[in-house]
Design a protein around this ligand. Structure first.
Ligand SMILES: Nc1ncnc2c1ncn2[C@@H]1O[C@H](COP(=O)(O)OP(=O)(O)OP(=O)(O)O)[C@@H](O)[C@H]1O
Ligand SMILES: [Mg+2]
Length: 272
């Protein structure tokens, strides 16, 4: 993946002081099937520093996707307050790019047209959007496939295209819900490293939901471990591994230690 303009410079900007995400006492219930509400999430507090990469792991059904939909402004909590970059978070925003577990590309559109979809919705200037789309396709190794239909691409290539689409409007915040969940282990690791390098080049904030502990550690600055439903943040682990991360990072003794720490918390094993 080739580097992009606007790489991070190291010096924190004043804006970094305002958290990208600030949730206070947030809880969510859904109506249940027999009139009994399902308590899906919280109450929880969560602050995410601008420019950081945070991963969330936790058991199935604990409310991870619910958390992501709340942060995306796609759903509202029934308790607590939420803000995004210092502004009340009460609706979706073009400042947010989302990648879902399924790639959700339109089969009748080419890869380039799919990546350009947000340009129509957000009424972005056409020529600049096209230029950025082509640059993102270049960065993710898809330039030669711009005119192909999604069904002519592999699963990994489709997820790359979905990532390009999420990044088209240059969102300040990237939300990823199991983006590589449906892929084989090798493609998954390859794409994780590509995402890591892309995130570092673009200098944006990212929140990743994943079932994969190694993926969480490989990519993030912090791993949040959630409890079973109703999901609360059981642990917040700083990932003090050097960047840039690469294929050798998982071999570091510290990586293995962190993996064990996260596993012990998930499986509720006391540390000796
Ligand atoms: N739209 C909805 N209506 C009713 N209940 C819902 C809805 N969405 C989620 N739930 C319930 O909320 C709880 C949390 O669901 P959520 O999808 O957030 O879990 P998750 O941690 O993402 O699970 P997984 O790891 O399997 O994707 C579950 O019990 C689920 O049944
Ligand atoms: Mg989910």
């Amino acid at each position: 993946m080739t580097p992009a303009a606007g790489s991070r410079t190291g010096a924190p900007s004043p804006a970094a002081a305002v958290p990208a995400i600030d949730l206070r006492g947030v809880a969510k219930h859904y109506p249940g099937s027999v009139g009994k509400a399902v308590h899906a999430l919280g109450p929880l507090d969560l602050q995410i520093t601008s420019g950081s990469f945070v991963a969330v792991v936790g058991p199935s059904g604990c409310g991870k996707s619910t958390l992501l939909r709340l942060v995306a402004g796609l759903e509202m909590p029934d308790d607590g307050t939420m803000s995004r970059y210092g502004t009340p978070l009460d609706a979706p925003s073009h400042e947010v790019g989302i990648v879902f577990q399924e790639h959700v590309l339109f089969p009748w559109n080419t890869v380039l047209e799919n990546v350009l979809l947000p340009a129509d919705v957000l009424a972005l200037p056409k020529a600049a959007a096209r230029e950025r789309a082509l640059r993102l396709l270049e960065m993710t190794g898809l330039a030669a496939f711009a005119d192909h239909r999604p069904q002519m691409l592999s699963g990994g290539m489709r997820q790359r295209a979905a990532l390009c689409r999420a990044l088209l409007a240059d969102p300040r915040l990237l939300l990823l819900d199991e983006p590589f969940g449906a892929l084989d282990a090798l493609t998954r690791e390859e794409l994780s490293l590509e995402l890591s390098s892309l995130w570092q080049d673009l200098g944006r904030t990212a929140l990743l939901i994943t079932h994969d502990i190694e993926e969480a550690i490989l990519l993030s600055d912090r791993v949040l471990v959630m409890s079973p439903r109703p999901g609360r943040i059981r642990a917040d682990i700083a990932v003090d591994l050097p960047r840039p991360r690469n294929a050798d990072t998982p071999r570091l003794p510290r990586f293995q230690e962190l993996k064990q720490v996260v596993r012990d918390i998930i499986f509720d094993r006391p540390r000796t």
